[in-house]
Design a protein around this ligand. Structure first.
Ligand SMILES: Cc1ncc(COP(=O)(O)O)c(C=O)c1O
Length: 375
């Protein structure tokens, strides 16, 4: 094997993603590559669709992984549904809501935004007020805002849109696999996620799902989807039906990895997986508190899988993260945008969400943090 690969040392990935990957998923990636139209591979593709439908709690036929990371899923959802001048409302309280605004604006949508303070959730009443004034083709929100560690009230927003002719788009890049998602019950029409967070698969695929209403909107477009690679009306012909038509060469081995990662979650049992995330989160909060570290986000809307921790005054953000990585082989994340230098982002995602990893991080933090007791 080439030298650079020989000397990769494992890192405990406790940042905002990627997360630790189980050995069985890494082994799946190295299985023999099959042709992308091989009937055996198509069996694996069909199973992945079923696994995703199970985890999303959806009956949506159009449920499949897009080739590309979470941002490709984001682009895919917008590019398939938005045409020039379509009115779109984006609820923003962090980096990824802002990215959705950028993507929708580039497509020529008429984008309105409701902005909420970073570190606080979207307020359903504020959204309701806006929806009573104007109707939108699509409303979009990030379920788990990875840049701040905030959980947004997706079921509450979905309930507002229930009887409206408005599509509800949800970014679940960080939440899928770490907390319950009831796509159909919550009235979500358009969904995308990513593999490298709570699914604990390496980055490279983005599960998406479109409800019948979203598929109808795609079919009712007046103009062609302006992006060939992400055009779901073409991709569908490869992922559905008795005969499969080549669209692009599927990332075959990545899909083996996703198949294995989804299988691990479903075998462990969703509720067990979600409880494991919550238990690791509560343990982390408890133990950080003993070190004198405070959480940035109010307990009522904290994400279990992404913990925003206030960096104490006088502590050098970059130095601590560099020492954790070089001396303890632990990666945590820094803050983004207005929170840069103010918070650490500690991920407890998927395979990483285990008590032994929390212990390891707490011991390392205790060793690298300056003694603030004055002793
Ligand atoms: C909530 C959210 N949305 C979208 C993305 C973009 O995903 P990717 O970096 O895989 O393209 C991320 C990545 O961190 C994210 O956390």
């Amino acid at each position: 094997m080439n030298d650079l690969l020989q000397t990769i040392e494992p890192v405990t990935l406790m940042g905002p993603g990627p997360s630790c990957v189980d050995a069985s998923v890494l082994a799946a990636l190295s299985k023999p590559t099959l042709g992308h139209l091989d009937p055996y591979f198509i069996k694996i593709m069909d199973t992945i669709k079923q696994q995703l439908k199970t985890l999303l709690h959806t009956r949506n036929e159009l449920t499949l992984p897009i080739s590309g990371t979470g941002s490709a899923g984001m682009e895919c959802c917008f590019v398939n549904l938005i045409e020039k001048n379509d009115p779109v409302l984006i609820l923003i309280n962090g980096v990824f809501g802002r990215r959705m605004q950028d993507v929708a604006t580039r497509l020529g949508a008429k984008v309105d935004t409701l902005e909420f303070d970073w570190g606080t959730p979207v307020i359903v009443d504020v959204v309701q007020k806006e929806l009573s004034k104007k109707s939108y083709k699509l409303v979009a929100v990030v379920h788990a805002e990875t840049s701040t560690g905030v959980l947004n009230p997706v079921p509450g927003i979905g309930a507002l849109l229930k009887d409206k002719d408005t599509l509800f788009l949800v970014d679940a890049v960080t939440s899928l696999g770490g907390m319950e998602i009831l796509m159909d019950d919550w009235g979500i029409d358009v969904f995308y996620s990513g593999t490298q967070k709570c699914l604990s698969c390496p980055p490279g695929l983005s599960p998406v799902s479109f409800s019948p209403a979203a598929v109808a909107a795609l079919q009712a477009r007046k103009t062609k989807v302006p992006n060939w690679y992400l055009d779901l009306s073409l991709i569908m012909n490869y992922w559905e039906g008795a005969t499969r038509a080549y669209h692009h060469t599927a990332p075959v081995n990545m899909l083996y990895g996703l198949y294995q990662a989804l299988g691990l979650i479903l075998d462990e049992g969703e509720s067990h997986v979600f409880e494991r995330h919550m238990a690791a989160h509560l343990q982390l909060v408890r133990e950080l508190d003993l070190l004198g570290l405070r959480m940035q986000v109010d307990a009522s809307c904290r994400l279990p899988m992404l913990n925003a921790v206030c960096i104490p005054e006088g502590v050098d953000d970059a130095e601590i993260r560099t020492r954790l990585l070089s001396e303890y082989k632990i990666e945590i994340g820094g803050g983004l945008g207005p929170l840069a230098g103010k918070i650490w982002r500690i991920g407890l995602m998927g395979h990483t969400a285990r008590p032994e990893n929390v212990d390891k991080l707490i011991q390392a933090l205790a060793a690298v943090l300056p003694d603030r007791t004055g002793n």
